[in-house]
Write a protein that binds this ligand. Sequence first.
Ligand code: SAH
Ligand code: SF4
Length: 364
Amino acid sequence: MNNKINLIGLTREELAGLLVQNGFEKYRAGQIWQWMYVKGATDFAQMTSIAKPQQQRLSELFTLARPHIAKDLVSFDKTRKWLLEFPDKNRVETVFIPEEDRGALCVSSQVGCTLSCSFCHTGTMKLVRNLTAGEIIAQTLVARDGLGEWGKARDSGLFTNIVMMGMGEPLYNYDQVSRALTIIMDGEGIAISKRRITLSTSGVVPMIKRCGEELGVNLAISLHAVRDELRDELVPLNKKYPIAELLQACRDYPAASNARRITFEYVMLKGVNDSDADAHELCRLLKGIHAKVNLIPWNPWPGAKYETSSNNRIHAFAKIVNDAGYSSPVRATRGQDILAACGQLKSDSERKKGEKVWLGQTPP
Ligand code: SAH
Ligand code: SF4
């Protein structure tokens, strides 16, 4: 039984406290933090500013272990997907989407999802459990390891942005997500700023304000429909928090401005939500919000009942939205050959019969 404490996921204060408790000097916390989050150390023996006997003692008590990489796939378009397995055998996916001079890591917040949006592959999984902050951060570390981007000057690597758009609903695991993002934003560590982080939610209205006030990250809303009746079907959370309430939360979002717009994600489903009338209604709804629209061609997955809108339809829709003054890029489909595109993520983790779901704060 390995009962060493994993240091990934502790706040700087917690790390210092733990070290002092175990007889180390407090200032070691800053050094170890740098080794972990700037240089990417995976082993205490790499920490050359710490004397050998102390390295030894650290490795007896603590670990910096990453999750096991069960799969590491690269798409023809260079999108890369890691299937990660945690010690309890649960698995999640993390996707890196490189662009010319930047790149975003799409990070998961839960194993599966409790919500069941009808067009989303992840939604067909039962929620197995929330990820811990350490498990969320570890996804960024695995990506930096795999991309060979440790120790590079800030912003010179390709991994510059984070999107909380992987498996799960981040605002249903807010405590761990917020702890993880706070650590990721720390200027002396991974140092990805709030302006380069986007959190996507299907619309957990009561948590949106807190997210803006406490984290100040960019917000993306999975809107997908402009009438409650249809949105109830596509995004069942709408029955709890209907469109008008959701849009009010967006109007009030503390971290939005003309320079930092809220992204409205809109998946294009043939004959379902893609008419000209839908586009006009969308523009009407967005009035008064610092908004841009991201049109996502729907990505198919086995057993789904939808079809993607035609290219012509998507572009006609985009033009209406654009003419109304909202930027409306059509999101390029990336990594489809490795099932890494939006809404295609699904791991084979299933909750075992009778197994308790952990949805709490601290890992048991
Ligand atoms: N649970 C959060 C975070 C996941 S983000 C949320 O729903 O916002 C993933 C994005 O991809 C969401 O906008 C989601 O609605 C969208 N999506 C889900 N399934 C999709 C599919 N099959 N094709 C395209 N986009 C999809
Ligand atoms: Fe969950 Fe988001 Fe998929 Fe809906 S779209 S099922 S909220 S991951």
